[in-house]
Design a protein around this ligand. Structure first.
Ligand code: ACO
Length: 432
Protein backbone atom coordinates (compact mmCIF):
# COMPACT_ATOMS: atom_id res chain seq x y z
CA UNK A 1 0.00 0.00 0.00
CA UNK A 2 1.57 3.31 -1.07
CA UNK A 3 0.75 6.32 1.05
CA UNK A 4 -0.64 9.61 -0.30
CA UNK A 5 -1.43 12.68 1.79
CA UNK A 6 -4.66 14.70 2.06
CA UNK A 7 -5.18 17.92 4.03
CA UNK A 8 -8.24 18.80 6.08
CA UNK A 9 -8.69 22.43 7.13
CA UNK A 10 -10.43 23.34 10.37
CA UNK A 11 -12.27 26.53 9.32
CA UNK A 12 -12.61 27.73 12.95
CA UNK A 13 -8.92 27.56 13.85
CA UNK A 14 -7.43 27.50 10.35
CA UNK A 15 -5.35 24.53 11.49
CA UNK A 16 -4.44 22.11 8.74
CA UNK A 17 -4.54 18.43 9.53
CA UNK A 18 -2.58 16.10 7.28
CA UNK A 19 -4.20 12.75 6.71
CA UNK A 20 -2.53 9.76 5.11
CA UNK A 21 -4.41 8.05 2.31
CA UNK A 22 -3.85 4.45 1.36
CA UNK A 23 -3.76 3.57 -2.29
CA UNK A 24 -5.18 0.15 -3.07
CA UNK A 25 -4.08 -1.95 -6.04
CA UNK A 26 -7.14 -0.53 -7.84
CA UNK A 27 -10.04 1.65 -6.72
CA UNK A 28 -10.25 5.03 -5.03
CA UNK A 29 -7.84 6.31 -2.37
CA UNK A 30 -8.85 5.56 1.20
CA UNK A 31 -8.19 8.39 3.64
CA UNK A 32 -7.05 7.11 7.03
CA UNK A 33 -9.03 8.96 9.69
CA UNK A 34 -8.22 6.55 12.53
CA UNK A 35 -6.16 9.26 14.29
CA UNK A 36 -8.72 12.02 13.72
CA UNK A 37 -10.45 11.83 17.11
CA UNK A 38 -7.14 11.77 18.99
CA UNK A 39 -5.90 14.85 17.09
CA UNK A 40 -9.10 16.86 16.52
CA UNK A 41 -11.62 15.45 19.01
CA UNK A 42 -14.04 14.91 16.10
CA UNK A 43 -15.69 11.87 14.61
CA UNK A 44 -16.69 11.39 10.96
CA UNK A 45 -20.36 10.89 10.10
CA UNK A 46 -21.31 8.42 7.37
CA UNK A 47 -24.65 6.69 8.04
CA UNK A 48 -24.96 3.58 5.91
CA UNK A 49 -21.16 3.59 5.35
CA UNK A 50 -21.57 5.20 1.94
CA UNK A 51 -17.97 6.47 1.81
CA UNK A 52 -16.29 4.45 4.54
CA UNK A 53 -13.92 1.54 3.99
CA UNK A 54 -14.28 -0.61 7.08
CA UNK A 55 -11.27 -2.82 6.44
CA UNK A 56 -8.46 -3.73 4.09
CA UNK A 57 -9.25 -6.76 1.92
CA UNK A 58 -7.66 -8.73 -0.91
CA UNK A 59 -10.69 -10.82 -1.82
CA UNK A 60 -13.19 -9.04 -4.10
CA UNK A 61 -13.14 -5.81 -6.08
CA UNK A 62 -16.13 -3.90 -7.45
CA UNK A 63 -16.09 -0.85 -9.71
CA UNK A 64 -19.70 0.24 -9.42
CA UNK A 65 -19.42 2.96 -12.06
CA UNK A 66 -18.12 0.57 -14.70
CA UNK A 67 -20.09 -2.50 -13.58
CA UNK A 68 -16.97 -4.55 -12.80
CA UNK A 69 -16.80 -7.42 -10.30
CA UNK A 70 -13.66 -9.48 -9.73
CA UNK A 71 -12.87 -12.28 -7.31
CA UNK A 72 -9.15 -12.25 -6.44
CA UNK A 73 -8.60 -10.30 -9.69
CA UNK A 74 -10.55 -12.64 -11.98
CA UNK A 75 -13.57 -11.04 -13.72
CA UNK A 76 -16.72 -12.78 -12.55
CA UNK A 77 -17.86 -13.28 -16.17
CA UNK A 78 -14.77 -15.42 -16.87
CA UNK A 79 -15.34 -17.46 -13.73
CA UNK A 80 -19.02 -17.92 -14.60
CA UNK A 81 -18.04 -19.19 -18.04
CA UNK A 82 -15.09 -21.44 -17.22
CA UNK A 83 -15.10 -22.32 -13.54
CA UNK A 84 -17.39 -24.07 -11.06
CA UNK A 85 -18.62 -23.16 -7.61
CA UNK A 86 -16.15 -25.21 -5.56
CA UNK A 87 -13.21 -23.97 -7.61
CA UNK A 88 -14.42 -20.40 -7.02
CA UNK A 89 -14.80 -21.23 -3.32
CA UNK A 90 -11.15 -22.39 -3.21
CA UNK A 91 -10.10 -19.22 -5.06
CA UNK A 92 -11.96 -16.97 -2.62
CA UNK A 93 -10.64 -18.83 0.44
CA UNK A 94 -7.00 -19.32 -0.56
CA UNK A 95 -6.35 -16.45 -3.00
CA UNK A 96 -5.29 -18.45 -6.08
CA UNK A 97 -6.99 -20.76 -8.56
CA UNK A 98 -6.23 -24.26 -7.24
CA UNK A 99 -4.04 -26.72 -9.13
CA UNK A 100 -5.77 -29.94 -10.23
CA UNK A 101 -4.59 -31.83 -7.13
CA UNK A 102 -5.52 -28.96 -4.79
CA UNK A 103 -8.97 -28.75 -6.36
CA UNK A 104 -9.50 -32.51 -6.12
CA UNK A 105 -8.47 -32.50 -2.46
CA UNK A 106 -10.68 -29.49 -1.65
CA UNK A 107 -13.68 -30.96 -3.50
CA UNK A 108 -13.17 -34.33 -1.80
CA UNK A 109 -13.00 -32.69 1.62
CA UNK A 110 -16.15 -30.61 1.07
CA UNK A 111 -18.11 -33.55 -0.39
CA UNK A 112 -17.08 -35.80 2.53
CA UNK A 113 -18.20 -33.46 5.32
CA UNK A 114 -21.78 -33.02 4.17
CA UNK A 115 -23.61 -34.90 6.95
CA UNK A 116 -24.75 -32.99 10.00
CA UNK A 117 -24.84 -34.31 13.55
CA UNK A 118 -28.03 -36.33 13.87
CA UNK A 119 -29.10 -34.32 16.93
CA UNK A 120 -29.04 -31.15 14.83
CA UNK A 121 -31.60 -32.77 12.54
CA UNK A 122 -33.99 -33.06 15.49
CA UNK A 123 -33.84 -29.27 15.96
CA UNK A 124 -36.06 -28.89 12.92
CA UNK A 125 -38.91 -30.67 14.70
CA UNK A 126 -38.95 -27.79 17.19
CA UNK A 127 -39.95 -25.40 14.40
CA UNK A 128 -43.54 -25.04 13.29
CA UNK A 129 -44.06 -26.35 9.73
CA UNK A 130 -44.63 -22.82 8.39
CA UNK A 131 -41.51 -21.28 9.99
CA UNK A 132 -39.57 -19.27 7.40
CA UNK A 133 -36.61 -21.42 6.28
CA UNK A 134 -34.23 -18.50 6.94
CA UNK A 135 -35.28 -18.60 10.62
CA UNK A 136 -34.49 -22.32 10.74
CA UNK A 137 -31.18 -21.94 8.91
CA UNK A 138 -29.91 -19.08 11.07
CA UNK A 139 -31.00 -20.92 14.24
CA UNK A 140 -29.38 -24.22 13.27
CA UNK A 141 -26.16 -22.64 11.96
CA UNK A 142 -25.83 -20.70 15.24
CA UNK A 143 -26.34 -23.97 17.14
CA UNK A 144 -23.53 -25.74 15.29
CA UNK A 145 -20.94 -24.29 17.71
CA UNK A 146 -22.53 -26.49 20.37
CA UNK A 147 -21.63 -29.60 18.35
CA UNK A 148 -18.31 -28.99 16.66
CA UNK A 149 -15.90 -28.09 19.46
CA UNK A 150 -12.88 -28.98 17.34
CA UNK A 151 -13.39 -25.85 15.26
CA UNK A 152 -14.22 -23.01 17.62
CA UNK A 153 -10.75 -22.00 18.85
CA UNK A 154 -10.38 -19.04 16.53
CA UNK A 155 -6.71 -18.55 17.42
CA UNK A 156 -5.89 -21.99 16.01
CA UNK A 157 -5.47 -21.96 12.17
CA UNK A 158 -6.29 -25.67 12.03
CA UNK A 159 -9.61 -25.11 13.80
CA UNK A 160 -10.36 -22.27 11.41
CA UNK A 161 -9.67 -24.49 8.42
CA UNK A 162 -11.87 -27.29 9.78
CA UNK A 163 -14.63 -24.76 10.37
CA UNK A 164 -14.32 -23.38 6.81
CA UNK A 165 -14.67 -26.80 5.17
CA UNK A 166 -17.36 -27.91 7.58
CA UNK A 167 -19.71 -24.95 7.13
CA UNK A 168 -19.36 -24.90 3.32
CA UNK A 169 -20.00 -28.67 3.24
CA UNK A 170 -22.94 -28.67 5.64
CA UNK A 171 -24.89 -25.52 4.80
CA UNK A 172 -26.67 -27.23 1.84
CA UNK A 173 -27.65 -30.08 4.19
CA UNK A 174 -29.06 -27.62 6.73
CA UNK A 175 -30.92 -25.78 3.94
CA UNK A 176 -32.38 -29.02 2.56
CA UNK A 177 -33.47 -30.12 6.04
CA UNK A 178 -35.28 -26.78 6.48
CA UNK A 179 -37.01 -27.29 3.12
CA UNK A 180 -38.05 -30.88 3.79
CA UNK A 181 -39.36 -29.88 7.22
CA UNK A 182 -41.44 -27.09 5.70
CA UNK A 183 -43.15 -29.49 3.28
CA UNK A 184 -43.42 -32.39 5.71
CA UNK A 185 -41.24 -34.79 3.71
CA UNK A 186 -38.57 -37.08 5.15
CA UNK A 187 -35.07 -35.72 5.19
CA UNK A 188 -32.81 -37.05 2.43
CA UNK A 189 -29.23 -37.69 3.48
CA UNK A 190 -26.41 -36.15 1.44
CA UNK A 191 -24.62 -38.24 -1.18
CA UNK A 192 -20.88 -37.88 -1.43
CA UNK A 193 -20.73 -39.31 -4.96
CA UNK A 194 -22.59 -36.30 -6.37
CA UNK A 195 -21.21 -32.86 -7.04
CA UNK A 196 -22.11 -29.91 -4.81
CA UNK A 197 -25.18 -28.74 -6.71
CA UNK A 198 -26.32 -32.22 -7.79
CA UNK A 199 -26.25 -33.28 -4.15
CA UNK A 200 -28.25 -30.20 -3.17
CA UNK A 201 -30.91 -30.91 -5.80
CA UNK A 202 -31.07 -34.53 -4.66
CA UNK A 203 -31.51 -33.55 -1.00
CA UNK A 204 -34.27 -31.12 -2.02
CA UNK A 205 -36.26 -33.17 -4.48
CA UNK A 206 -35.59 -36.88 -3.95
CA UNK A 207 -38.03 -38.89 -1.87
CA UNK A 208 -37.32 -42.31 -0.32
CA UNK A 209 -40.11 -44.00 -2.27
CA UNK A 210 -39.08 -43.03 -5.80
CA UNK A 211 -36.13 -42.53 -8.12
CA UNK A 212 -34.95 -39.00 -8.71
CA UNK A 213 -32.89 -38.01 -11.72
CA UNK A 214 -30.77 -34.89 -11.43
CA UNK A 215 -31.29 -32.55 -14.36
CA UNK A 216 -27.80 -31.44 -15.48
CA UNK A 217 -29.19 -28.09 -16.64
CA UNK A 218 -30.67 -27.47 -13.19
CA UNK A 219 -27.31 -28.34 -11.57
CA UNK A 220 -25.48 -26.07 -14.06
CA UNK A 221 -27.88 -23.19 -13.41
CA UNK A 222 -27.50 -23.54 -9.64
CA UNK A 223 -23.71 -23.70 -9.95
CA UNK A 224 -23.73 -20.49 -11.98
CA UNK A 225 -26.00 -18.69 -9.51
CA UNK A 226 -23.75 -19.83 -6.66
CA UNK A 227 -20.62 -18.51 -8.41
CA UNK A 228 -22.30 -15.14 -8.92
CA UNK A 229 -23.55 -14.94 -5.33
CA UNK A 230 -20.37 -16.25 -3.69
CA UNK A 231 -18.95 -12.89 -2.62
CA UNK A 232 -19.53 -9.18 -2.97
CA UNK A 233 -16.91 -7.47 -0.77
CA UNK A 234 -18.16 -5.56 2.28
CA UNK A 235 -21.94 -5.92 1.72
CA UNK A 236 -24.38 -5.81 4.64
CA UNK A 237 -24.24 -9.50 5.62
CA UNK A 238 -20.46 -9.82 5.13
CA UNK A 239 -19.87 -6.70 7.23
CA UNK A 240 -22.18 -8.23 9.83
CA UNK A 241 -20.11 -11.43 9.87
CA UNK A 242 -16.93 -9.37 10.25
CA UNK A 243 -18.42 -7.22 13.02
CA UNK A 244 -19.85 -10.18 14.97
CA UNK A 245 -16.62 -12.13 14.47
CA UNK A 246 -14.43 -9.19 15.52
CA UNK A 247 -15.53 -9.69 19.13
CA UNK A 248 -13.95 -13.15 19.06
CA UNK A 249 -17.36 -14.84 18.86
CA UNK A 250 -17.21 -18.39 17.52
CA UNK A 251 -17.44 -18.55 13.71
CA UNK A 252 -20.80 -20.38 13.61
CA UNK A 253 -22.31 -17.49 15.60
CA UNK A 254 -20.75 -15.00 13.16
CA UNK A 255 -22.15 -16.87 10.13
CA UNK A 256 -25.59 -17.09 11.78
CA UNK A 257 -25.46 -13.29 12.17
CA UNK A 258 -24.69 -13.06 8.43
CA UNK A 259 -27.65 -15.30 7.55
CA UNK A 260 -29.94 -13.01 9.58
CA UNK A 261 -28.60 -9.86 7.93
CA UNK A 262 -28.99 -11.40 4.47
CA UNK A 263 -32.68 -12.09 5.10
CA UNK A 264 -33.81 -8.45 4.74
CA UNK A 265 -35.58 -7.37 1.52
CA UNK A 266 -33.02 -4.61 0.89
CA UNK A 267 -30.34 -7.33 0.68
CA UNK A 268 -30.67 -11.08 0.00
CA UNK A 269 -34.40 -11.11 0.63
CA UNK A 270 -34.86 -9.15 -2.60
CA UNK A 271 -34.96 -12.30 -4.78
CA UNK A 272 -38.09 -13.47 -2.97
CA UNK A 273 -39.53 -9.93 -3.05
CA UNK A 274 -38.94 -9.65 -6.84
CA UNK A 275 -41.04 -12.72 -7.59
CA UNK A 276 -43.82 -11.55 -5.29
CA UNK A 277 -43.69 -8.13 -6.97
CA UNK A 278 -43.88 -9.63 -10.48
CA UNK A 279 -46.89 -11.70 -9.43
CA UNK A 280 -48.54 -8.60 -7.98
CA UNK A 281 -47.91 -6.60 -11.16
CA UNK A 282 -49.45 -9.51 -13.05
CA UNK A 283 -49.57 -8.16 -16.63
CA UNK A 284 -47.38 -5.96 -18.81
CA UNK A 285 -50.31 -3.55 -19.13
CA UNK A 286 -50.00 -2.78 -15.42
CA UNK A 287 -46.24 -2.04 -15.48
CA UNK A 288 -46.65 1.76 -15.97
CA UNK A 289 -48.82 1.96 -12.84
CA UNK A 290 -46.14 0.23 -10.75
CA UNK A 291 -43.33 2.32 -12.24
CA UNK A 292 -45.35 5.37 -11.23
CA UNK A 293 -45.72 3.99 -7.71
CA UNK A 294 -41.96 3.31 -7.50
CA UNK A 295 -41.26 6.95 -8.43
CA UNK A 296 -43.76 8.39 -5.95
CA UNK A 297 -41.94 9.63 -2.83
CA UNK A 298 -45.13 9.20 -0.77
CA UNK A 299 -45.48 5.55 -1.76
CA UNK A 300 -43.17 3.03 -0.01
CA UNK A 301 -43.25 0.76 -3.10
CA UNK A 302 -39.86 0.23 -4.78
CA UNK A 303 -38.99 -1.81 -7.81
CA UNK A 304 -37.46 -4.83 -6.12
CA UNK A 305 -34.32 -6.12 -7.83
CA UNK A 306 -33.54 -2.60 -9.03
CA UNK A 307 -30.82 -0.31 -7.73
CA UNK A 308 -27.68 -1.01 -5.80
CA UNK A 309 -25.55 0.87 -3.30
CA UNK A 310 -22.39 0.29 -5.31
CA UNK A 311 -23.43 -0.35 -8.93
CA UNK A 312 -24.37 2.78 -10.84
CA UNK A 313 -24.28 0.75 -14.06
CA UNK A 314 -25.44 -2.74 -15.01
CA UNK A 315 -24.81 -5.24 -12.26
CA UNK A 316 -22.59 -7.64 -14.27
CA UNK A 317 -24.21 -10.58 -12.46
CA UNK A 318 -27.71 -9.60 -13.65
CA UNK A 319 -26.63 -9.75 -17.31
CA UNK A 320 -25.20 -13.25 -16.89
CA UNK A 321 -28.24 -14.49 -14.96
CA UNK A 322 -30.64 -13.10 -17.57
CA UNK A 323 -28.83 -15.18 -20.20
CA UNK A 324 -29.06 -18.27 -18.00
CA UNK A 325 -32.80 -17.58 -17.56
CA UNK A 326 -33.28 -17.95 -21.32
CA UNK A 327 -31.32 -21.22 -21.30
CA UNK A 328 -33.15 -22.77 -18.34
CA UNK A 329 -36.61 -21.79 -19.55
CA UNK A 330 -35.82 -23.05 -23.04
CA UNK A 331 -34.59 -26.40 -21.68
CA UNK A 332 -37.65 -26.95 -19.53
CA UNK A 333 -39.88 -25.96 -22.45
CA UNK A 334 -41.14 -22.83 -20.73
CA UNK A 335 -40.04 -20.30 -23.37
CA UNK A 336 -43.09 -18.17 -22.82
CA UNK A 337 -42.75 -18.01 -19.04
CA UNK A 338 -45.05 -15.07 -18.22
CA UNK A 339 -43.00 -13.84 -15.25
CA UNK A 340 -39.82 -13.74 -17.34
CA UNK A 341 -41.67 -11.90 -20.12
CA UNK A 342 -42.94 -9.46 -17.49
CA UNK A 343 -39.46 -9.01 -16.00
CA UNK A 344 -37.91 -8.31 -19.42
CA UNK A 345 -40.60 -5.73 -20.19
CA UNK A 346 -40.29 -4.14 -16.76
CA UNK A 347 -36.52 -3.84 -17.20
CA UNK A 348 -36.96 -2.29 -20.65
CA UNK A 349 -39.57 0.24 -19.47
CA UNK A 350 -37.67 1.22 -16.31
CA UNK A 351 -34.42 1.69 -18.23
CA UNK A 352 -36.24 4.06 -20.59
CA UNK A 353 -37.71 6.09 -17.76
CA UNK A 354 -35.96 9.35 -16.74
CA UNK A 355 -36.30 8.61 -13.01
CA UNK A 356 -34.36 5.33 -13.25
CA UNK A 357 -31.87 6.74 -15.76
CA UNK A 358 -31.07 9.82 -13.64
CA UNK A 359 -30.71 7.81 -10.44
CA UNK A 360 -28.69 5.15 -12.27
CA UNK A 361 -30.98 2.34 -11.12
CA UNK A 362 -30.31 -0.88 -13.03
CA UNK A 363 -31.42 -4.47 -12.44
CA UNK A 364 -29.31 -6.09 -9.74
CA UNK A 365 -28.30 -9.73 -9.17
CA UNK A 366 -31.68 -10.58 -7.68
CA UNK A 367 -33.88 -9.32 -10.51
CA UNK A 368 -33.64 -12.55 -12.52
CA UNK A 369 -32.34 -15.13 -10.03
CA UNK A 370 -35.79 -15.88 -8.57
CA UNK A 371 -37.16 -16.72 -12.02
CA UNK A 372 -34.51 -19.43 -12.39
CA UNK A 373 -35.09 -20.75 -8.88
CA UNK A 374 -38.83 -20.92 -9.52
CA UNK A 375 -38.28 -22.71 -12.84
CA UNK A 376 -36.18 -25.28 -10.95
CA UNK A 377 -39.09 -25.90 -8.57
CA UNK A 378 -37.57 -24.12 -5.59
CA UNK A 379 -40.23 -22.29 -3.58
CA UNK A 380 -39.97 -18.52 -3.00
CA UNK A 381 -39.37 -18.83 0.73
CA UNK A 382 -36.17 -20.80 -0.10
CA UNK A 383 -34.70 -18.23 -2.49
CA UNK A 384 -32.78 -16.33 0.18
CA UNK A 385 -31.59 -19.63 1.67
CA UNK A 386 -30.08 -20.47 -1.74
CA UNK A 387 -28.30 -17.12 -1.66
CA UNK A 388 -27.06 -17.90 1.88
CA UNK A 389 -25.55 -21.23 0.73
CA UNK A 390 -23.47 -19.45 -1.90
CA UNK A 391 -22.58 -16.42 0.22
CA UNK A 392 -21.35 -18.66 3.05
CA UNK A 393 -18.14 -19.00 1.02
CA UNK A 394 -17.65 -15.23 0.94
CA UNK A 395 -18.51 -14.88 4.62
CA UNK A 396 -15.95 -17.53 5.53
CA UNK A 397 -13.25 -16.00 3.30
CA UNK A 398 -13.78 -12.58 4.91
CA UNK A 399 -13.94 -14.01 8.42
CA UNK A 400 -10.67 -15.90 7.79
CA UNK A 401 -9.02 -12.77 6.40
CA UNK A 402 -10.12 -10.74 9.42
CA UNK A 403 -9.07 -13.28 12.05
CA UNK A 404 -5.67 -13.84 10.40
CA UNK A 405 -4.95 -10.09 10.44
CA UNK A 406 -2.51 -9.50 13.32
CA UNK A 407 -3.69 -5.87 13.58
CA UNK A 408 -7.36 -6.87 13.88
CA UNK A 409 -9.45 -5.04 16.48
CA UNK A 410 -13.04 -5.31 17.64
CA UNK A 411 -15.39 -3.36 15.33
CA UNK A 412 -16.86 -0.53 17.37
CA UNK A 413 -18.28 2.48 15.47
CA UNK A 414 -19.00 5.81 17.18
CA UNK A 415 -22.10 7.99 16.82
CA UNK A 416 -23.53 11.48 16.48
CA UNK A 417 -25.42 11.74 19.76
CA UNK A 418 -28.59 13.88 19.58
CA UNK A 419 -30.37 12.68 22.75
CA UNK A 420 -30.91 14.62 25.99
CA UNK A 421 -27.96 16.30 27.72
CA UNK A 422 -27.28 15.47 31.39
CA UNK A 423 -30.28 15.77 33.70
CA UNK A 424 -31.12 14.65 37.27
CA UNK A 425 -33.19 11.63 38.16
CA UNK A 426 -36.77 12.50 39.24
CA UNK A 427 -38.58 10.27 41.78
CA UNK A 428 -41.59 8.49 40.27
CA UNK A 429 -44.22 10.43 42.33
CA UNK A 430 -42.74 13.77 41.31
CA UNK A 431 -42.89 13.17 37.54
CA UNK A 432 -45.49 15.10 35.58
N1 ACO B 1 -37.15 1.70 -6.84
C1 ACO B 1 -37.43 3.01 -6.83
N2 ACO B 1 -36.58 3.97 -6.40
C2 ACO B 1 -35.38 3.55 -5.92
C3 ACO B 1 -35.03 2.19 -5.90
C4 ACO B 1 -35.96 1.24 -6.38
N3 ACO B 1 -35.66 -0.06 -6.37
N4 ACO B 1 -33.79 2.06 -5.38
C5 ACO B 1 -33.38 3.30 -5.08
N5 ACO B 1 -34.34 4.21 -5.41
C6 ACO B 1 -34.23 5.67 -5.29
C7 ACO B 1 -34.42 6.10 -3.85
O1 ACO B 1 -35.78 6.41 -3.56
C8 ACO B 1 -33.53 7.29 -3.75
O2 ACO B 1 -34.20 8.39 -4.31
P1 ACO B 1 -33.92 9.90 -3.75
O3 ACO B 1 -32.47 10.16 -4.00
O4 ACO B 1 -34.84 10.77 -4.56
O5 ACO B 1 -34.26 9.87 -2.29
C9 ACO B 1 -32.36 6.96 -4.68
O6 ACO B 1 -32.90 6.03 -5.63
C10 ACO B 1 -31.18 6.31 -3.98
O7 ACO B 1 -31.67 5.19 -3.22
P2 ACO B 1 -31.16 4.81 -1.77
O8 ACO B 1 -32.18 3.95 -1.09
O9 ACO B 1 -30.71 6.04 -1.04
O10 ACO B 1 -29.89 3.94 -2.14
P3 ACO B 1 -29.16 2.91 -1.22
O11 ACO B 1 -27.81 2.78 -1.79
O12 ACO B 1 -29.27 3.29 0.21
O13 ACO B 1 -30.00 1.55 -1.40
C11 ACO B 1 -30.83 -0.46 -2.31
C12 ACO B 1 -29.67 0.56 -2.29
C13 ACO B 1 -31.19 -0.86 -0.87
C14 ACO B 1 -30.36 -1.72 -3.03
C15 ACO B 1 -32.04 0.17 -3.04
O14 ACO B 1 -31.70 0.46 -4.37
C16 ACO B 1 -33.28 -0.73 -2.97
O15 ACO B 1 -34.03 -0.66 -1.99
N6 ACO B 1 -33.50 -1.58 -4.02
C17 ACO B 1 -34.60 -2.53 -4.00
C18 ACO B 1 -34.24 -3.72 -3.14
C19 ACO B 1 -33.21 -4.63 -3.79
O16 ACO B 1 -33.32 -4.97 -4.96
N7 ACO B 1 -32.21 -5.07 -3.00
C20 ACO B 1 -31.18 -6.00 -3.45
C21 ACO B 1 -29.85 -5.32 -3.57
S1 ACO B 1 -28.65 -6.45 -4.21
C22 ACO B 1 -28.24 -7.39 -2.90
O17 ACO B 1 -28.18 -6.99 -1.77
C23 ACO B 1 -27.96 -8.78 -3.13
Amino acid sequence: MTIKRYELKNLQTNDILTLDAHEGSIGPDVIDISGLYAKEGAFTFDPGFVATASCESKITFIDGEKGVLMYRGYPVGQLAEHSNFLEVAALLLYGELPTRSQLDAFTHSIMHHTMINETLLRFFNGFHYDAHPMAMVSGVVGSMSAFYHDSTDISNPEHREIFAHRIIAKIPTVAAAAYKHSIGQPFIYPRNDLDYCGNLLNMFFAVPCDDYEIDPIAAEALDLLFILHADHEQNCSTSTVRLAGSSGANPYAAIAAGVSALWGPAHGGANEAVLRMLETIGTTADIPRFIKKAKDKDDPFRLMGFGHRVYKNYDPRATIIRKMCHKVLERIGDNDNPLFELALKLEEMALNDDYFVEKKLYPNVDFYSGIIYEALGIPKSMFTVMFAIARTVGWVAHWQEMIADPGGRIGRPRQLYTGPTERDYVAVDQRV
